[in-house]
Ligand binder design. Structure first.
Ligand SMILES: Cc1cc2nc3c(=O)[nH]c(=O)nc-3n(C[C@H](O)[C@H](O)[C@H](O)COP(=O)(O)OP(=O)(O)OC[C@H]3O[C@@H](n4cnc5c(N)ncnc54)[C@H](O)[C@@H]3O)c2cc1C
Length: 394
């Protein structure tokens, strides 16, 4: 894989750049630049804009409506959309359950769900974690009992991102008790409008409400909603987590853009004080991060190339996840520092003030939200265990 744009890649870059210049909604750009996460409605809007362009699924094969882009094109797309302050696409439908469905789903599941993921019509949530099953996911207790043409599902999921906004949940459930706990786990596609589902959102430190508890009480799920074979859900789940980690790789590109926001912020003086960018100490923190972000971008490119060419990347996804999450937290901390005391302002309780506040509380919200990145998608301590086992044979 060449690191330089070929003539065709350069033309592609221009095409993406033009498209982004013309199509990223101004409000969305402003939101991304402020540091606040886009709302679900904004994520959906961006997905439908990309879909209309035929770019709904950059990493999927063309056979399922994807672009079939090469790793270099994927990277260019990420670079250009980040430079245009477009958000990353929301990943749970597109990058987690979508690839599972086109790999293991029935023809009916593919036909029904894949186009709806592509168009943004369906928003999916991931129902894996439970109160006693996070890192030790195989301890999950949500149970699905086969009753004729249905499974009767009972249990509770925890930390389910955006369940209150979701049409569908891909859900790991226990279908039997086996000596090896992983063998009794299946993957079900659950319609979030099913009777018996209660979703309770709760607020997190970043003052957003994106995580929820999901209670399932006698929820009847048709057997046709089982993905692959009963009792094999664990192995499909592992594919998802591996993909989730590998995808984290492309986010290195976004770190670079965020550093540009930090630089721009630090170039502003305030209250008669000289710009922070004139401070040697600050510039050296910024330069250090720029070097480390460059390194992770190249790590990401390598993982992407392996992913597409089917090479076993070993624990590279885990390595990237650790580096990316730690860097993200440091970049956001620098952004908060560059914003100064203004960053300490939290969202006003007065709705009329909220819009005004957004610009100043964005970096703090981004920083507080970034705390989660060392926990979700497999906590970093667990990633270190994976590296120890798979790379160091410990
Ligand atoms: C904001 C947010 C959004 C999330 N979104 C989703 C979602 O959409 N869907 C979903 O299914 N889940 C989601 N999660 C859950 C997330 O995947 C879990 O929080 C994560 O797997 C950790 O599990 P836990 O919280 O139960 O912590 P625990 O597993 O109890 O871990 C607690 C601490 O112990 C450490 N630890 C645990 N086991 C080991 C070990 N073997 N070796 C070394 N250290 C260990 C962990 O690293 C951590 O520091 C989300 C979590 C958060 C915070």
């Amino acid at each position: 894989m060449s690191l330089f744009d070929s003539q065709a890649d350069a033309a592609f870059r221009q095409e993406v750049r033009r498209f982004c210049a013309d199509n990223v909604p101004a409000e969305l750009r402003a939101r991304v630049r402020s540091g606040l996460r886009p709302t679900p409605a904004q994520f959906r809007e961006w997905q439908s804009i990309l879909y209309r362009q035929g770019w709904g699924a950059p990493s999927w094969p063309t056979q399922y409506g994807g672009t079939g882009w090469s790793p270099v094109q994927l990277h260019i797309f990420e670079q250009e959309s980040a430079a245009a302050d477009a958000p990353p696409q929301y990943h749970q439908g597109l990058e987690l359950i979508g690839p599972i469905l086109f790999t293991y789903g029935t023809p009916e599941q593919k036909e029904h769900y894949l186009p709806r993921i592509l168009s943004g019509e369906h928003w999916w949530c991931q129902g894996y974690s439970e109160p006693q099953a996070g890192s030790d996911l195989a301890a999950l207790r949500t149970r699905a009992e086969r009753q004729g043409a249905h499974y009767r599902v009972n249990g509770q999921k925890l930390w389910t991102s955006y369940a209150h906004e979701s049409d569908m949940m891909f859900c790991l459930v226990r279908t039997s008790d086996e000596a090896r706990r992983q063998n009794g786990i299946s993957l079900l596609l659950v319609d979030m409008r099913s009777p018996g589902i209660t979703v309770r959102p709760f607020a997190t430190l970043d003052e957003q409400t994106h995580v929820t508890e999901v209670f399932l009480d006698d929820v009847m799920v048709p057997v046709t909603q089982l993905v692959g074979d009963e009792g094999k859900g664990w192995s499909y789940g592992k594919v998802l987590l591996d993909r989730e980690r590998a995808l984290t790789a492309t986010l290195g590109v976004r770190l670079r853009r965020q550093l540009e926001y930090v630089r721009a912020q630090a170039a502003r003086g305030g209250d008669g004080a000289p710009p922070l960018l004139e401070s040697t100490h600050f510039r050296s923190r910024l330069a250090q991060l720029e070097v480390e972000v460059t390194a992770i971008e190249y790590m990401g490119l390598r993982a992407l190339a392996d992913n597409v060419s089917g090479v076993d990347a070993g624990p590279r996804g885990s390595m990237l996840k650790i580096r990316w999450s730690e860097l993200l937290q440091r970049v956001n901390l620098l952004w908060v520092d560059a914003t100064g005391y203004e960053a300490a302002r939290f969202r006003s309780a007065d709705p009329a003030q909220q819009e005004v506040d957004e610009a100043s509380y964005g970096p703090m919200s981004a920083y507080l939200h970034s705390r989660v990145t060392t926990i979700y998608g497999g906590a970093n301590e667990v990633q270190r265990n994976i590296i120890a086992r798979r790379a160091l044979d410990l």
